[in-house]
Every structure is written in C-alpha cells, then in structure tokens.
Design a protein around this ligand. Structure first.
Ligand code: FAD
Ligand code: NAD
Length: 466
C-alpha cells in the first residue's frame, strides 16, 4: 500500500493548490479526483468556461452594437456560431485542465482518478478503474460543491437546467427564465442576452447580488434593465413545470399576486451546497454541520485532528481564490508554519460588463455595526480613459473610517473593475487610509484614476475631475 504525508480529496482550486504547496514544502503528496480531468468546478464547469463565454459574447456585442460608433464598418450580417463558441470554450477548458496535469507531474504529486472515501482516519479507498487503498498521515477534504435546487423543482437538465448545462447549450434560448439574481444568474444571463435571448430574472430578495453593497445592486440592475432584461425582484417562485419545449414558472410578487412566466429554458441559480456524498466521513470521525458543511476550527482542522477541509465544502464564500488561500494555509500549517487568512479581504467579483467588484465592509454592514464612516465616490464617466474606450458606466466608492480615515470597504462597478479591485486589497492589507491612496500616483489616462479620485473624495471631498 502506498503511504503519503498528505492525501487530498478533490482537485478543484482548493485541492490542487494545496497539493502544490504541500509538495513545495517537501511532503509526499497524493491527490484524488473522481472525474477524468483535474481542476474541479472552477476549471471544468465554473470560473473558466463562464468567463470564456462572457468574453465571446462580449466580442459579439461589441461587433454588433459598438464597432459602428468607433468607425468600424462590417459589411454583411454578423452571426453567432454557437457550436463554435461552445467549442472554443471547451478548448480553453481543456488547455487549462491540461495545465494542472503538468503542474502535478512537475511537483511529483501522485494523481489517483476515482472516488475517494475514508476507511478510517488514515486510510482512503479509491474506486477508480480498480479499487485501491492508500495510507495518509494527514488528509485534506476539498470536495467542493454542487448546485442547490428548490424542493419543488425537477431539474431535467434539458430545459430546466443548472449552470453546468447552461455552459453547453445546443441552441440560443428564445426566452431564458433565470431563478436567482446572484452571480451565476447574472453572468450567464448576460451571455445569453447578448446572444439574442429574451431574459427574465426572478429574484426572491428586493435586489440582485443581495450580499454586495446596495449601490452596486442598484447600478447593475440599471445595466440589465437597459439591456431589456426583465428584472422581477421580490418574487417568490412557487413552481416550475415543463410542457414539451415550454417551461412555465409561477411565482408570487410582493403584493401576493400570482405571476407566470413562459420561456423555453429555465436556469436555476439559487446558490450551491457543499458536497460530501460518498466520502464516508463518518468512518473517519469527521463531523458535518447542519448546513451540510464539513465543520472546521480556526486552523481548518475537522473534528478529527489529522484531517483538514478547505474551499466550498466548508463555511465562507464559495470562491476559487478563497479555496486557494485555504489550500496554502493548510499546507503551511502542516509544515509547522503560522499562516494567516484575512477573510474580510477576500474580494468578490461579478464578471458582467460592466464588472462589479468589492472588498471589505459594505455600507449596510458598517451601519449595522454602528461604525462612523465617510464615503468617497467617483464616476467613471468623468475619466478621459473611460470616454476614449466608450466604457463610461459605473463608479468607485470608498468607505473610510470617519475618525482614522482607514479604508474599510471599496465597492466598484465599471470596466476592468475585476482587476482594479486588487489595488484596494493591497491598500487594505497594509491598512492604508483614503489619504494614502489619494497621494499615490496613478498613471494617466487609466481606469485606475477613479480609485485615486474616490480616495480624494473620501479624504476631504476634493476629487479633482468632478
Ligand atoms: P471544486 O472546484 O468544486 O472541486 C471539488 C472537486 O472534488 C471536484 O472536481 C469533484 O469532482 C471532486 N470530488 C468531490 N468528491 C470527491 C470524492 N469523494 N473523491 C474524489 N473527488 C471528489 N469562483 C470564483 O472565484 N470566480 C469565478 O469567476 C467563479 N465563477 C463560477 C462560475 C460558475 C458557473 C460556477 C458554478 C462557480 C464559479 N465560481 C467562481 C465558484 C468556484 O468554482 C468555486 O468556489 C471553486 O471551484 C471551489 O473550489 P473547491 O476546490 O473548493 O471545489
Ligand atoms: P448566489 O448565492 O450568488 O445567488 C443566488 C441568488 O438566488 C440570490 O440572489 C438569492 O437571493 C436568490 N434566491 C435564492 N432562493 C431563491 C428563490 N427561491 N427564488 C428566487 N431567488 C432565490 O448563488 P449562485 O449565483 O447560484 O452562485 C453559487 C456560488 O458560486 C456563489 O456562492 C458564488 O460565490 C459562486 N460563483 C462565483 C462567481 C464569481 O466569483 N464571479 C461566479 C459564479 C458563481
């Protein structure tokens, strides 16, 4: 039987990054993945394929709607070849997952393909082509998550679908009804709206992306409405039924009235749930909490001291970079180091266009905790770079402590915000004040100038260009 210092179950961004860091630190490492490709949800059916389709559909929208304004004329009709677009997406996925195979080899990590399950706290059975057993001093559970569903919905995966199917449709829906105005619903809703689908978003709460700062929800809602998406907020979905090629969604609106939506596809995107099926955690004494998550302490250690857990399968935001940080954290903990993660500084991004990005506290959270704060906001439309590109929607908002000027939260919507948020993370890691940011030179003309201007506005209400 092969013996390892560490065995990692699950090869998503949590698992494969943990494996690399363990190997870098000199541990004999194994990784177990039930699917034939490595990379987990993120690389196969999550972050990467969704961003590939967002990019392709963005190019199409640019060509059909915005090229003309730039003086670019394309004779003839511009058409979408969906099969080719989905094929390109798959090629990007294949190249990316292939890259993980390379990284495993490079770091001398043993890869086992098959379903991993605990025999006891130090032995794991792998059900692959043949059944094998390995011994591991430490294990890391990185089994990720699966889409959630509502109890009354039958997902037929043809017309009533999750994100996984929405990433490989064979036709452009005529009318896509989306249940849940969160990250998945909005990213994939925008993809199909750009490609020509009618899109209706049915959201239970009174705003989309409800966990982000309310100003971002409001601005993004405007963007979707401008694109002629129907945004049905405060709607409680009560049934979803398929009749042949039609899907009927029934809901109650805020006034308690019955409303009905008819489309040809329904995407259910109401969140994801931790995945531990078939792992046989009980045999290892690992406890699952009432949310179905693997229970961990502040060291990400489970109820069994030699078994750790990371990523979507434990508490916290379900984000690839959060899983990665936790993978590194556990590897370094096992090596006797004292790593640290500041969960307040894990940024959140929605890759719509304009992009939405945030880090730190929202205004709602600051109000609730009674912290006195000041706000500095700056619109992209006031920047030369934004006008030159034709991307003038959105703003940067900085929340700083009223007394100390320390930056407590940064919320932005606009072109390239997914990348711009990194500056805010760096500033907050170093506990910068708004004035610190405002005194740093930002290249002109860039979108990043909006961060400096928002910081100036927060410091002394002295933005220069509004
Ligand atoms: P996962 O990536 O889910 O990987 C878990 C792996 O474990 C899977 O490969 C699974 O097959 C394997 N596994 C499970 N049980 C076993 C077992 N018993 N034996 C062997 N293998 C097992 N996050 C972002 O930060 N940015 C984004 O842009 C983004 N976009 C997304 C878009 C979509 C459509 C979706 C669905 C998600 C997106 N996410 C995004 C979320 C991100 O994918 C997850 O947060 C991330 O993948 C979690 O990583 P993980 O390592 O915890 O688990
Ligand atoms: P989500 O939690 O982002 O959004 C779910 C939405 O569904 C919420 O707005 C919620 O209020 C709504 N909802 C819940 N029950 C409902 C009901 N009965 N009727 C109508 N609306 C209802 O979840 P998601 O969009 O499914 O994404 C799942 C996870 O994947 C998220 O945690 C997210 O972090 C991750 N993800 C991240 C990215 C990214 O980082 N860009 C992209 C995609 C997915």
């Amino acid at each position: 039987m092969s013996k390892y210092d560490v065995a990692i179950i699950g090869s998503g961004p949590g698992g494969y990054v943990a494996a690399i860091r363990c190997a870098q630190l000199g541990m004999k490492t194994a990784i177990i993945e039930k699917y034939s490709t490595l990379g987990g949800t993120c690389l196969n059916v999550g972050c990467i394929p969704s961003k590939a389709l967002l990019s392709s559909s963005h190019h199409y929208e640019e060509a059909t709607k915005h090229f003309e304004g730039h003086g670019i004329e394309i004779p003839g009709e511009i058409k979408v070849n969906l099969e080719k677009m989905i094929g390109r997406k798959q090629a990007v996925v294949d190249q990316t997952t292939g890259g993980i195979d390379f990284l495993m080899k490079k770091n001398n990590i043993d890869v086992y393909q098959g379903m991993g399950s605990f025999i006891d706290a130090t032995h794991i059975k792998i059900d692959g082509e043949k059944e094998i057993e390995i011994e591991a001093k430490y294990s890391i559970i990185a089994t990720g998550s699966k889409p959630s569903n509502l109890p009354f919905i039958t997902l037929d995966k043809e017309r009533i679908i999750t994100s996984t199917e929405a990433l490989k449709l064979k036709e452009i829906p005529k009318h896509l009804i989306i249940i849940g105005g969160g990250v998945i619903g909005l990213e994939l809703g925008q993809v199909y709206r750009r490609l020509g689908s009618e899109v209706t978003v049915v959201e239970y709460m009174d705003r989309i992306i409800p966990t982000m700062d309310a100003s971002l929800s409001k601005e993004l809602n405007k963007v979707f409405k401008k694109a002629k998406c129907k945004m049905m907020l405060s709607h409680k979905v009560e049934s979803v039924v398929r009749n042949g090629e039609e899907v009927v969604v029934k809901a109650k609106n805020k006034k308690g009235e019955d409303v009905e939506f008819k489309g040809d596809y329904c995407l259910v995107s109401v969140g994801r749930r931790p995945y531990t099926a078939g792992l046989n955690v009980e045999a290892a004494g690992v406890k699952i909490n009432d949310k179905g998550q693997v229970d961990v302490n502040e060291h990400l250690q489970t109820s069994t001291s030699n078994i750790y857990a990371i990523g979507d399968v434990i508490k916290g935001a379900m984000l690839a970079h959060k899983a990665e940080e936790e993978g590194v954290f556990v590897a370094e903990t096992l090596a006797g180091q004292k790593p640290h993660i500041d969960y307040n500084l894990i940024p959140g991004v929605v890759y719509t266009w304009p992009e939405v990005a945030a880090v730190g506290k929202t205004e709602e959270e600051l109000k609730e905790s009674g912290v006195a704060y000041k706000v500095g906001q700056f619109p992209f439309r006031a920047l030369g770079r934004a006008r030159a590109s034709g991307d003038i929607d959105g703003f940067v908002k900085i929340l700083a402590d009223e007394k100390t000027d320390e930056v407590l939260g940064v919320h932005m919507i606009g072109a390239r915000c997914a990348d711009l948020i990194a500056e805010a993370v760096v500033a907050m890691e170093f506990r910068a004040s708004a004035e610190d940011i405002s005194r740093m030179s930002h290249a002109h003309p860039t979108f990043a100038e909006a961060v400096k201007e928002a910081a100036l506005a927060a410091t002394e209400d002295r933005a220069l260009h509004v």
